[in-house]
Design a binder for this molecule. Sequence first.
Ligand code: FE
Ligand code: FE
Ligand code: ZN
Length: 277
Amino acid sequence: MLTLGCHLSASKGFLHMGKEAVSIGANTFQFFTRNPRGFKVKELDIDDCEKFTEFWKEHDGGKIIAHAPYTLNACSADEKTRELAYMIMSDDLERLEHVPGTYYNFHPGSHVKQGVEVGTDYIVGLLNRIIRPEQKTIVLLETMAGKGSEIGRTFEELKAIIDRVDCKNKIGVCLDSCHVFDGGYDIVNDLDGVFEEFDKVIGLDKLYAVHLNDSKNPIGSHKDRHELIGKGNIGMEAITAFINHKAVRDLPIVLETPNDLPGYKQEIEMLRSVYKE
Ligand code: FE
Ligand code: FE
Ligand code: ZN
């Protein structure tokens, strides 16, 4: 069974997202933990968390993904900015304990002229401060498009972080199809080769989730502009092969395409129709 869904607004709580997901044929979804600008967060509604957990179990829902604010920068040159990332991410993880088994995805950050090594040191330092062995959430590093000085464009950069995280069973990767394509990995003509590379460098056992997006730009353009499924430079044929590939076919797959709810519903239907059970 394909575990497929899309990004949803968290403004009305977990149970609302769960119901919305079910209404569009989704059995997973992603949401921002808080407003990316201003970082405001509502008081945690534990009753809502419990109701959702029950509802989701009843509906056979898969793993869901919490996305950290993308405006955070865990490897900024500015100490205050790094400390803000620490505060927000540790608070997010504390809250997510009330929705057990969720994945927590974040963008590793931009090193801005400090170099990849310094940036990596900061990211590792932060992760080793926020990840506790007893937590129920697995933290995922997202593969990045390589815009500006983003860390995480190559599998090697992600591996360098994972290698130094103390709690190895609490850290993994979320692969974004648009980002890896933008980063130069040819998932259109050499899908097997890309996953072999991932396996060789990081290990496919570290791949926990997928962001499924087409790309507005050609391979290697480092732009990070998502396109509707089948309407971009990756295309429907490659996306069909991608979701059926053994490396991802059993993982939660989340759409982040430029869509409203009816648009997501259509994409979910279309993708389910090309998935080989
Ligand atoms: Fe992201
Ligand atoms: Fe993404
Ligand atoms: Zn993106």
